[in-house]
Design a protein around this ligand. Structure first.
Ligand code: SAM
Length: 238
């Protein structure tokens, strides 16, 4: 699995929202900016503030991030215990992180402690996933189960605003992201299916997965495929 390609694809889904939210949070005037759970740097590589920081648990992801975002200061660490002083950052943000952590409230509290603005750019709620035609609903159920087995909370997105509130953050704006998951090219589709096939190993028999792939392809060709995973953002001040 090429994780950087996957993260670039997800970053493309949220680009418009990110541009808007970073503008609202005055990224252009920020000095210190932190991405918590920065992965391979799919988003950090686009940023230009004087001091950008990234933190992640995975040394391998950070090694890749160093290539894609060479000017960024990187730290290997746990989002539950951020190794920075109070209010050190102007902006701390995360992107597809909180569904993966053991205690999202603690992580958001830590982000609020170290920063004046906190942005969670994308957190999905797979419990509200919509698949059409109906024959593809099973695929959605398998993927949700796979996320759960990998340690994620697949329905976390629906709790995002409440978690910000509990962390004492004054919410400025929150809601669902519009227009994500647009697969424009055949390459996007193949990338998506590479992820699906890797995720579903051990969840469903290979032949049934192939059958879903064929159904998905046929539905897309006929223009009747719908796939929607409500994905939420929140931003606020501390
Ligand atoms: C889905 S990836 C998203 C990466 C990046 N934010 C992006 O959107 O391209 C989630 C990242 O969070 C990291 N992560 C998960 N739990 C973490 C924790 N407790 N502390 C720090 N990083 C964590 C993972 O290692 C992974 O790189």
């Amino acid at each position: 699995m090429n994780w950087h390609s996957r993260y670039l694809q997800q970053a493309a889904w949220t680009r418009d929202l990110r541009v808007y939210l970073f503008e609202q949070a005055e990224l252009a005037d920020a000095h210190h900016v932190l991405e918590v759970g920065c992965g391979t740097g799919a988003i950090l590589r686009e940023l230009t503030p004087p001091a950008c920081h990234g933190l992640d648990l995975e040394p391998a992801s950070l090694a890749e991030c160093r290539i894609h975002a060479p000017a960024v200061s990187l730290t290997c660490g746990d989002a539950h215990f951020l190794p920075y002083p109070d209010k050190y950052f102007d902006i701390a943000y995360c992107h597809f992180l909180l569904l993966w952590v053991n205690d999202p409230l603690q992580v958001v509290c830590e982000m609020a402690r170290v920063s004046r603005s906190v942005l969670a750019l994308a957190e999905p709620d797979y419990s509200q996933r919509v698949d059409k035609p109906d024959a593809l609903v099973t695929l959605g159920r398998w993927q949700t189960e796979s996320l759960r087995r990998q340690g994620a909370d697949p329905s976390f997105g629906g709790r995002l605003a409440e978690i910000f509130h509990q962390a004492g953050i004054k919410l400025v704006e929150t809601g669902p992201i519009q227009g994500q998951e647009v697969m424009r090219t055949a390459e996007d589709w193949e990338n998506e299916w590479a992820v699906i096939q890797a995720d579903l190993e051990g969840i469903a028999p290979g032949e049934e997965i192939q059958q879903m792939k064929r159904l998905d392809e046929a539905a897309r060709r006929r223009g009747v495929r719908a796939l929607h995973v409500p994905t939420y953002f929140a931003w606020g001040k501390t």
